[in-house]
Write a protein that binds this ligand. Structure first.
Ligand code: G3P
Length: 224
């Protein structure tokens, strides 16, 4: 399973990209709106792409097919490697079908059920994004839906890539990997939290203490 960062924050992207653990970034209008408004949308997206150099999903805000396609064309003119994020609506599916004919990669977002995922695949989506956390929020089992989708993809031999999105905690990451998601797109805080373990911190502390002890003993024995 690949890891993407779910953010539009350049500092977060730089920090995590340096660790070599992410191969892409997903953004959405809410994430963009959290950042400095003096930076244009285009500039932010291009800076993200420069840092990551891999997958960048950029979401359209039109609700009609033609508007979505116009936005996709505009984004592709900024950098042809862009993946266009399209909402899971009938108009969105029509846009996906058209973009897929033109071989423009799409990421169908706001998927909450296996039937929506199947429809997105059939329309020609490159990626289907299931929102785990938002399902959990309304007392549905997001991981159960992800398991269904992964099983269907295996049975049917579907080739669109499954993104586990709206990840809220490290257990979501583990469960997404266990289910067989191709990608988990993770907020910065959750990703950083998932790297931590108190035993790692304690282990480093003990190694350093022992090393200090060794150096002190060595210095003493050299003095004698
Ligand atoms: O990638 C989807 C994600 O940005 C939505 O996450 O936490 O707003 O449900 P959340």
């Amino acid at each position: 399973m690949e890891l993407f960062l779910d953010t539009a924050n350049l500092q977060q992207i730089k920090e995590v990209a340096e660790m070599g653990i992410i191969s892409g970034v997903t953004t959405n209008p809410t994430l963009i709106a959290k950042e400095d408004p003096s930076v244009s949308f285009k500039q932010r997206i291009l800076e993200i792409y420069q840092i990551v150099g891999g997958h960048v999903s950029v979401e359209v805000v039109s609700t009609e097919k033609d508007g979505m396609i116009r936005e996709a064309e505009e984004i592709i003119s900024w950098f042809p490697e862009a993946t266009i994020k399209i909402p899971m609506t009938p108009q969105g599916l029509s846009a996906v079908k058209e973009l897929s004919k033109r071989e423009i990669p799409t990421n169908v977002t706001l998927i909450f059920s296996a039937t929506q995922a199947i429809a997105a695949h059939q329309a020609g989506a490159t990626y289907v994004s299931l929102f785990l956390g938002r399902l959990d929020d309304i007392a549905y089992d997001g991981i159960a839906v992800l398991n269904d989708i992964c099983e269907i993809w295996d049975v049917q031999g579907y080739d669109s890539l499954i993104i586990a999105a709206s990840i809220r905690n490290p257990i979501h990451i583990v469960e997404a990997a266990r289910a067989g998601a191709d990608i988990a797109t993770i907020p910065y805080n959750v990703l950083m939290q998932s790297l931590k373990n108190p035993l790692t911190d304690r282990g480093i502390e003990l190694f350093l203490q022992d090393y200090d002890k060794f150096i002190t003993e060595r210095q003493k024995s050299m003095l004698i």
